[in-house]
Design a protein around this ligand. Structure first.
Ligand code: ZN
Ligand code: ZN
Length: 304
């Protein structure tokens, strides 16, 4: 299996001299199975440079899996050139929107409405197929299979595991590792507050364990690490994103082979990212059993 990062930035495309090495495009990951099946995780602006690499080999069939429909994960889709060309087949998968009661097709078609884009979804020339996924549904894609798991974000977000011939990659999409909403203060708490804390904690522990079991032993763990712990605890709690420090703990616990930090903050320069990685190595010295820690970088290809 092969992975290429096509977009590693969170929130908004951030081109410019400060981000030129790690890249300014928003989330998109190209995965190729051993037999060459094309699986695309998210359709941020990084799907546009990916589309350009496909033009020499049309017609194509591809399988796009959307973690969630925040702009930075879908904004490139109207510029995914194969959708305009007859003969291509684009299969899009994603979650149901339980708040607005819309299928993945309905949600995505909205960003191509008259007010936003000159071509309507119904006018696309490729064969478009949509699958609204159930939780934990597995989709077979040739020699690979893709299974989702529910994550924690302000909109319904699926993390995806892609497996092929004994190798695997897991991508969180956007995910905040849940915190207990009740304070942990055994000495000063009354019995009811304490019970609330313990009950909520056991719910969190159970969810985290399910996730760890799902991810356990993956070859590549690609994880939303938007913030540092310091940034997170200074006003970003509940925004739906992870931290570098937490990513390291989780990758260790999941016994992942390699950890890729992604969803880089639009304001974080290449230099900032590298300084941050160096400080993490000092603060959490890697052991011989640790996964490799890598900053996801646009254009980099990984062979699993
Ligand atoms: Zn995002
Ligand atoms: Zn999001």
């Amino acid at each position: 299996m092969k992975i290429v990062f096509r977009g590693v930035r969170g929130s908004i495309p951030s081109p410019g001299a400060r981000t030129v090495r790690y890249g300014g495009n928003t989330t998109c990951i190209e995965v190729r199975s051993d037999n060459g099946e094309l699986i695309i995780l998210d359709a941020g602006s990084g799907i546009f440079p990916l589309a350009n690499t496909l033009l020499a080999s049309l017609p194509i069939t591809c399988h796009i899996f959307i973690t969630h429909t925040h702009w930075d994960h879908i904004q490139g889709l109207p510029f995914f050139i194969p959708v305009f060309i007859p003969g291509n087949c684009v299969k899009i998968h994603g979650a149901f929107d339980p708040v607005n009661h819309r299928s993945i097709r309905e949600v995505l078609a909205r960003q191509m409405e008259y007010s936003y884009f000159p071509v309507r979804e119904e006018e696309l020339n490729a064969t478009m197929e949509y699958t609204t996924l159930r939780e934990r549904q597995t989709i077979e894609v040739g020699d690979a299979k893709v299974t989702n798991i529910l994550m924690n974000h302000p909109v319904l977000n699926f993390g995806y595991k892609v497996e092929c011939n004994g190798k695997s990659v897991f991508f969180t999409g956007d995910h905040e590792w849940p915190l207990n909403i009740y304070p942990d203060d055994a000495e000063n708490q009354n019995e009811m507050d304490r019970l609330n804390f313990l009950e909520y904690q056991s719910f969190i522990d159970e969810r985290n364990q399910e996730l760890m079991d799902f991810i356990h032993g993956v070859d590549a763990f690609i994880i939303d690490s938007a913030y540092t712990d310091e940034e997170y605890f200074n006003g970003k709690v509940g925004w739906g994103h992870g931290t570098f420090e937490n990513s390291i703990k989780l990758a260790r616990r999941a016994e992942a082979k390699a950890l890729y930090f992604t969803h880089h903050e639009p304001t974080r320069s290449d230099e900032d990212l590298e300084k941050l990685l160096a400080s993490l190595h000092e603060r959490f010295p890697p052991t011989e059993h640790d996964p490799k820690w890598i900053l996801a970088r646009e254009g980099v290809e990984i062979e699993l």
